[in-house]
Design a protein around this ligand. Sequence first.
Ligand SMILES: Nc1ncnc2c1ncn2[C@@H]1O[C@H](COP(=O)(O)OP(=O)(O)OP(=O)(O)O)[C@@H](O)[C@H]1O
Length: 208
Amino acid sequence: MINITSLAHIYEQGRRIAFPDWEIADMEHWLLLGASGSGKSTLLNIIAGLLKPSQGQVFIHDTNLYTLPARRMDQFRGKNIGIVFQRPHLIQSLNVLDNLELAAVMAGVPIDSEHNLALLNDLGIADKAQNYPAQLSQGQLQRVSVARALVNKPDLLIADEPTSSLDDVNAAQVTEMLTTQARANGASLVIATHDQRVCKYITKTYLL
Ligand SMILES: Nc1ncnc2c1ncn2[C@@H]1O[C@H](COP(=O)(O)OP(=O)(O)OP(=O)(O)O)[C@@H](O)[C@H]1O
């Protein structure tokens, strides 16, 4: 269960963005919708433990996120939250499998090669395990991002505009993979998007 209460953020330049309270139950799937500039990325970053809000609280299960010291926060995020960004930020000098293993190392959890290979297999890119990012297409790279977000079996999977750089076929496949993998891994899912192609897959919406 994820809870945000009385949350607001003020960037240095001044505009205050207030966020309605939100309760995300275990395994629920949500769309985060809102006009450009309404604060979707800001909210995702706050929920992901990447941006301390000016006001309010974020609870992930019993953990009040912003009471954690920085080091514990990094470990907590690595273990509990999987993040898929608009563009895949993979390490170019590491192959696909090593990119996945790095996510475990960074979170301080044991590497589970069998799980990682199973993820690549589920996402249809097992044959790319030894390839480097530069050798993959955009759609394949985004699947690697989904796999990397799931490496540590997170309770919460967050995706920020995951389909915006993809064509229709890849956008549909990546959205299906996010929902299917969230379900298979028992994770809650939040997708921020403008993309109408994503909206038909998820009914619960949080509007900014
Ligand atoms: N680092 C920053 N410093 C100052 N203002 C910022 C910063 N990041 C975002 N903002 C401002 O905060 C507001 C919300 O931005 P945010 O990126 O969260 O919106 P968004 O809904 O994700 O937009 P989009 O759909 O266009 O990506 C905008 O007015 C933006 O200009």
